[in-house]
Design a protein around this ligand. Structure first.
Ligand code: G6P
Length: 368
């Protein structure tokens, strides 16, 4: 595998643009697009028999797991215990030897994630590793490896590994739903068809939103603090947006569940605090609109990332609105990850930071 930047300025930019292709490879590993069905997987545990699933990871991989929790609970009615690995390993949580645990890691070498795996092993659980590096310690110590087919990721800030982790989580959630009988054959088909559309939407976002997001980034580079809000699967995405921005542009950013706005961050809202709202027109879109009204009433500058339906229905005045195409609900977190990454990327470029090697950060953290 030849690792160079091609025509791109940075590895991060290259890796953002590789996403339609690597998402497609990853999904095809787990889903049968001709039959519109989740492929039967040879798993050492049975989704129909476990009562809970434990997930543990660090950084961006943790946020992929958090989105996975929404999917497993919603589609497969499977409760998920998820925690940041550095907490999970010391939390002394009661776990059942009849249940399974998943560890998500791009590198497969993160010390805290590995320690969590070993804790679950000591509790007699069955272990799955969702990793990009198949020859890694986490893969070796697991009972089953569920690969990401993202290819080598060089930029320290994770991009394509994240959307491939989401692709694996979504595929597994559909597989679990089928095994547990919580979706009908028709619903399975619809979910798999929806997922098969992800690369096409991702491509469309890259092709059509580049210029708009670059312009937005030029504005954002003038602020010192940014707040990201979202509900449902857009909540972990708000966390990921804030993480990405602070990692590479060094602008202070926080992500919040939009419903928590009134429990704290609303105190920070003024004209110096841009608020990025991630809100596809989903089941709770109206609730997010009320949160935007609260921000607008306090002079906050809103940047709304939504779809055509959402843009048409939102009554709130925004500083800018980025409009994605309408798309099936299950794929929104994967596709909306792209504008979030692009915004952090362009902002960092305007700030003149070292995008691929941000200060104080490491690609893989193999010490505690
Ligand atoms: C570091 C990287 C992040 C990554 C995290 C977890 O902090 O900078 O991009 O999400 O580690 O790494 P892993 O290899 O376990 O996914």
């Amino acid at each position: 595998y030849l690792v160079d930047k091609g025509n791109h300025r940075h590895f991060m930019e290259k890796e953002i643009h590789e996403q339609p292709e690597v998402i497609s490879h990853t999904l095809a590993h787990y889903l049968d697009f001709t039959k519109s069905a989740a492929k039967p997987l040879d798993l050492p545990f049975d989704f129909a028999r476990i009562e809970r699933l434990a997930i543990s990871a660090c950084g961006t991989a943790y946020l992929a797991g958090l989105i996975g929790k929404y999917w497993f609970e919603r589609y497969a009615r499977l409760p998920v215990d998820i925690d940041i690995a550095s907490e999970f390993r010391y939390r002394e949580m009661p776990l059942s030897a009849n249940d399974a645990a998943l560890f998500i890691s791009q590198s497969g070498e993160t010390a805290d994630t590995l320690a969590s795996l070993r804790y679950c092993r000591s509790q007699g659980m069955t272990i799955g590793a969702v990793v990009n590096t198949r020859e890694s310690t986490i893969a070796r110590e697991a009972d089953v490896t569920l690969p990401l087919l993202a290819g080598p990721e060089i930029g320290v800030a994770s991009t394509k590994a994240f959307t491939c982790q989401l692709s694996v989580m979504a595929s597994l959630a559909v597989r679990a739903a089928v095994a547990r009988g919580t979706v009908s054959a028709e619903e399975e088909k619809a979910l798999v068809r929806a997922l098969s559309e992800t690369p096409r939407y991702a491509n469309q976002v890259l092709k059509t939103l580049d210029g708009q997001i670059e312009t937005l980034a030029r504005d954002l580079a003038h602020y010192r603090h940014v707040l990201y809000l979202g509900r449902d699967t857009s909540y972990p995405l708000a966390l990921e947006g804030a993480l990405k921005l602070k990692e590479i542009s060094y602008i202070h950013a926080e992500g919040y569940a939009a419903g928590e706005l009134k429990h704290g961050p609303i105190a920070l809202i003024d004209e110096n605090m841009p608020v990025i709202v991630i809100a596809p027109h989903d089941r709770i879109f109206e609730k997010t609109v009320s949160n935007m009204q609260e921000v607008a009433a306090r002079g906050g500058k809103i940047i709304l990332i939504t779809d055509a339906k959402g843009a048409a229905q939102s009554t709130v005045k925004t500083m800018r609105t980025i409009v994605l195409p309408d798309m099936p609900e299950i794929i929104t977190p994967i596709v909306y990850a792209l504008p979030i990454q692009m915004l952090a990327y362009f902002t960092a470029v305007f700030m003149g930071t070292d995008v691929d090697q941000p200060r104080n950060l490491a690609k893989s953290v193999t010490v505690e």
